[in-house]
Design a protein around this ligand. Structure first.
Ligand SMILES: [Zn+2]
Length: 303
């Protein structure tokens, strides 16, 4: 079935309903930074009467925190962000990833590589295709995609025209890691195709990897989604708010203040009367009044 869906069969997009998604990794609780990505993607979908899906990106087991998926989902509900359709777990998708990988190998669009990080660093940090014709065995190898579609530039609905480092975006990049993990780029693109996502709204920390993801869409002959990368919440010290730097969890019992702050952060101008409103009223107002063109490219917050 993947052959039909994933190779050379461009599906018609013109009358397709909007489908967006929020795709957190279960490596911690939902913090203000992830609330912005969740809320922005939700409002962009719901303002257009589209579907909003949630996908748990749990393919990096070592970084996972037990129960984080449940905590994220219950926080989304507390914030009035209800998803359509069943939550998709990436850990359930390996058969599909394997099928696409097998097909890429079969069509000679990928090859095994045994170069170490140190070796690549020694030649300037950009992989030069050393193993491309060596016919290496899968054992102890990473799998690289033959990059026939280097992307030097793409359009983003918030960030405008984005230029990408040409050397880096033209690299034969890894799609299946030596340690057996699927590369983030591969999983995210296969799942976005699988879920029929028409537009990806997410944080700017994922702006640069977008070029490689577009390369994958072109390799798989699939229409690429539109992109809108939201500004990142950074601390006064300039650090991105993230689970890694222990950003505080958002309040599940009294979501209104964080919701209003997130709307303000996204350049919307919440009605002052909403301060005393219910979560449902705030979300309802935000869906009606959502304007993507008001979202700033960058923004700093102090917490
Ligand atoms: Zn190599």
């Amino acid at each position: 079935m993947f052959k039909h869906d994933f190779f050379g069969n461009k599906s018609e997009r013109s009358h397709v309903q909007y489908r967006g998604r929020f795709a957190p990794s279960p490596s911690g609780h939902l913090h203000f930074g992830s609330l912005i990505a969740a809320l922005g993607s939700y409002l962009q979908a719901k303002h257009q009467r589209g579907k909003w899906l949630v996908r748990i990106e749990d393919i990096d087991k070592p970084r996972e925190q037990l129960g984080a998926d449940k905590s994220i989902l219950s926080t989304l509900e507390a914030y009035g962000l209800y998803w359509d359709e069943q939550v998709l777990y990436q850990s359930q998708q390996s058969d599909l990833y394997d099928a696409v990988i097998a097909e890429l190998l079969n069509q000679r669009m990928s090859y095994y590589c045994q170069c170490t990080r140190a070796q690549i660093k020694a030649i300037g940090g950009i992989y030069q295709g050393h193993c491309k014709h060596l016919n290496l065995s899968p054992d102890g190898s990473a799998l690289r995609l033959i990059n026939h579609h280097p992307i030097g530039q793409f359009s983003d609905k918030v960030q405008g025209e984005v230029l990408v480092n040409a050397a880096l975006s033209g690299e034969d990049f890894i799609i299946h890691r030596r340690d057996g993990l699927y590369a983030y780029q591969l999983a995210v693109v296969i799942d976005d195709i699988y879920q029929g996502i028409t537009e990806v709204v997410r944080g700017c920390d994922l702006l640069e990897p977008t070029a490689r993801q577009i390369t994958l869409y072109k390799t798989l002959a699939q229409p690429q989604p539109d992109y809108a990368h939201l500004p990142l919440a950074v601390t006064e010290q300039g650090y991105k708010l993230s689970k890694q730097n222990a950003a505080p969890a958002i309040d599940k019992t009294h979501p209104q203040p964080a919701l209003i702050s997130a709307l303000t952060f996204l350049g919307q101008q919440p009605d002052p009367a909403l301060v005393d409103a219910s979560v449902e009223q705030i979300i309802g107002w935000a869906i009606d009044h959502w304007q993507l063109d008001k979202v700033p490219q960058r923004r700093e917050i102090s917490l």
